[in-house]
Design a protein around this ligand. Structure first.
Ligand SMILES: C[S@@+](CC[C@H](N)C(=O)[O-])C[C@H]1O[C@@H](n2cnc3c(N)ncnc32)[C@H](O)[C@@H]1O
Length: 230
């Protein structure tokens, strides 16, 4: 975990919503087993017949809230460790009266390690911290190891959707995805990644990128094989 967990002081509204609704919406390491059991019902192995989406690093939750509102029949898990963002997401979820979203306050890798294999329909990683300096390469979320972990958690045919406005991170992602091993697990189609997918919904960081005149790369990595050896 490399980013900040707290920023400026929480507003009165953020504090109020965290206090009143946080315990119903947020789970942490301590409650993870219980939450995952309720969500995935491993003994029945049917995942409640609902699609489960995961958004890693949801920021203030605009994309997460929008998707959950559009797909009330599905379940959404958001994961972030930035408290101010979590509080903003709690406000959005509560005001939209969404009952199909839960937030994990912690590191995505910890959560992913506990999620049952082949259970996620889609995973979103939108504007992940690019860590552009070479000496911070290891901090980038997209790595060979993390892609294999993500693939093992996606259902067959599921997808990882990634957006970045960093040329350096885009080049990095391509270099990882196009290795022999990973290209057998994920298909990665261009042609130039300049167009968002059909139901794309903008995020705060996309707005920042647009204002600064940076282009974004929209990447869909579709899981292509059933893999027992991932
Ligand atoms: C650059 S912001 C992008 C926020 C949002 N997706 C958007 O597009 O506006 C990256 C977010 O990812 C979160 N993050 C980074 N690494 C993470 C990890 N390992 N687990 C959970 N959240 C993470 C950060 O706290 C931050 O909120």
């Amino acid at each position: 975990m490399y980013g900040r967990t707290k920023g400026r002081r929480l507003s009165k509204k953020q504090k109020l919503f965290l206090r009143n609704h946080g315990k119903d919406l947020i789970f942490d390491d301590g409650k993870m087993e219980e939450f995952l059991h309720e969500t995935f019902r491993p003994e029945e192995n049917i995942f409640d017949n609902k699609k489960v989406y995961l958004e890693i690093g949801f920021g203030s939750g605009e994309h997460l809230g929008h998707k959950a509102e559009r797909h009330k029949e599905s379940k959404f898990i958001g994961c972030d460790y930035y408290l101010n963002g979590i509080a903003s997401a709690v406000i959005k979820i509560t005001e939209k009266e969404l009952s199909n979203v839960r937030l994990f306050n912690g590191d995505a890798i910890k959560l992913l390690n506990k999620i049952p294999n082949k259970s996620l329909y889609e995973v979103y990683l939108l504007y992940p911290d690019p860590w552009p300096k070479f000496r911070h390469l290891k901090r980038r979320f997209i790595s060979d190891q993390n892609l294999r972990l993500l693939a093992s958690k996606l259902i067959d045919g599921g997808a990882l959707k990634v957006v970045t406005d960093s040329d350096i991170y885009f080049t990095h992602i391509k270099s990882v995805v196009l290795t022999q091993k990973i290209s057998k697990i994920f298909s990665f189609k261009g042609p130039d990644f300049s167009q968002p997918w059909k139901d794309w919904y903008s995020t705060k960081y996309e707005e920042k990128a647009k204002k600064a005149g940076r282009r974004s790369y929209y990447m869909v990595l579709k899981k292509i094989i059933v893999n027992s050896h991932i």
